[in-house]
Write a new protein. Structure first.
Length: 462
């Protein structure tokens, strides 16, 4: 019989994996002991010949069309392979395909790090609390900590990192905590997560922070189950706890009686409201006896909790200018409300328009926009003082605006995105405001003095 044909130089198996978000890419990744790294693997079944411009153009087009895929190749090399030329060509071909995979790995690595999602100052300025993505909470005796660090703009040549006086697992299921607030008298601290709302006595937190060697975590005063619906906003209104989130309701709760008093929902008040409208933000308007809520459909609603009526509606889709017509939008209405803040005088409401990279200043009596505040990324946190508006979001920059919409200054932080920031309540009428900001991809919170960065940080890791 004739001799068998010679074996090919190597055998390749191509496994396409859609990325990101698929764990199959992890399971199918070749191990270092069985084959070479993907960045060194050729894509052809035979050694490459002379360069062909037409083939190169086709390969480039294929790479552009499949920029969200990676090809995992398992090979069995032979001594006849021209390794240097093949590896060089493979590096050029696979680099673009593995770019999406690298982004996915970086996002996955960052998600496993501790990130600060919410923060709050006590009204007396004694405590500062921060909540993380692992269900833990960190508490600082902020006056004592900042005075010991002598915080001034660029005060220290070396970074000064201040650990928390108290760090503990606030939610038993270690869920993400998205909202924090103190009661107006400072006696209670409330945290809202993906499965529950927890209420804490401030005096128990101060006692635990003052004697950290005890090692005993404070017990919550109350735990309010949310039946799987996450909580994005917690606040106090006329002595009642108010929280809202994924169940499309603004709930008024009596902590002392441990029962729900009432709830507000657009489904029963607005004919134009969708059947399901996720609530991203809430804020109290004491001078107007109202609560404002911002939803996924882009509706900003003003509520009167006394008779559970919706008094006014504003659609953020009306703010969409022509130059952002192609921005990413959420059906069915377009822009969603990502954050809310009210001025201390009660005449102004600031709304963050998610996806449009802007915020709008509304006059409450008429709900008409008087200023547009553009940013480079979507806004996720807002605050309003007697003369300034502070905004932050999916970038490392914090913006400070005047009430007429002019940009006063910007502050750069060390977080990849700023999920939260808090202003010292005792210094909001002082030119030397202290702000503490933190966010994703970092366990540190930046201490900002007079809207200028410092070399002092709060680190949530004890």
């Amino acid at each position: 019989p004739p001799p068998p044909p010679p074996p090919p130089p190597f055998l390749s198996v191509h496994v396409p994996c859609t990325l990101p978000g698929s764990l199959s890419s992890e399971l199918l990744r070749p191990s270092a002991s069985s084959c070479r790294l993907p960045s060194l693997l050729p894509k052809h079944k035979h050694p490459p010949g002379p360069p062909n411009n037409n083939n190169n153009n086709n390969n480039n087009n294929n790479n552009n069309n499949n920029n969200n895929k990676i090809i995992i190749t398992v090979i069995s090399p032979t001594p006849h392979t021209n390794k240097g030329a093949m590896f060089h060509a493979a590096e050029q071909r696979v680099a673009h395909e593995t770019e999406a995979y690298g982004r996915w790995l970086r996002e996955r690595r960052h998600s496993s790090q501790r990130s600060v999602h919410a923060s709050a100052y006590s009204p007396c300025g004694v405590l500062f609390a921060a909540a993380m993505n692992d269900g833990c909470m960190a508490v600082w005796l902020v006056r004592q900590a900042l005075s010991a660090a002598s915080v001034t703009p660029h005060s220290a040549l070396k970074p000064c990192t201040i650990p928390p006086a108290l760090s503990f697992a606030a939610h038993a299921d270690r869920c993400h905590i998205y909202a924090l607030t103190f009661s107006p008298d400072g006696s209670l601290l409330v945290s809202g997560g993906t499965s529950s709302v927890c209420v804490w006595r401030t005096e128990s937190l101060v006692a635990a922070a003052s004697s950290p060697s005890d090692g005993t975590a404070p017990a919550p005063l109350a735990v309010i189950p949310r039946n799987g619906f996450e909580t994005n906003a917690v606040l106090f209104y006329e002595g009642k706890l108010v929280f809202a989130g994924g169940d499309d309701r603004v709930v008024c709760y009596d902590v002392d009686a441990a029962q729900e008093v009432s709830h507000l929902s657009l489904r029963s008040h607005a004919a134009a409201a969708p059947a399901s409208d996720y609530i991203h933000a809430c804020v109290a308007l004491p001078s107007s006896h109202a609560i404002a809520s911002g939803t996924d459909s882009g509706l900003v609603a003003l509520w009167d909790p006394r008779d559970r009526s919706c008094t006014s509606l504003f659609d953020l889709a009306t703010l969409q200018p022509a130059d952002i017509a192609n921005e990413r939008r959420r059906p069915p209405r377009g822009l969603w409300c990502s954050a809310l803040a009210a001025s201390p005088c009660g005449h102004w409401l600031v709304c963050g328009a998610g996806g449009a990279r802007l915020s709008a200043l509304l006059h409450l009596s008429s709900l008409t926009p008087t200023a547009i505040l553009p940013t480079k990324a979507a806004v996720s946190a807002l605050a309003c003082t007697h003369d300034s508006i502070v905004s932050a979001g999916a970038e490392s920059t914090v913006y400070v605006w005047s009430l007429d919409g002019h940009l006063r200054t910007t502050v750069n932080t060390h977080a990849s995105s700023v999920h939260t920031f808090s202003l010292d309540p005792l210094m909001q009428h002082s030119p030397r405001d202290v702000m503490i900001a933190g966010g994703g991809g970092s366990s540190r919170l930046d201490v900002v003095y007079d809207f200028a960065p410092t070399s002092t940080f709060f680190d949530v890791n004890p």
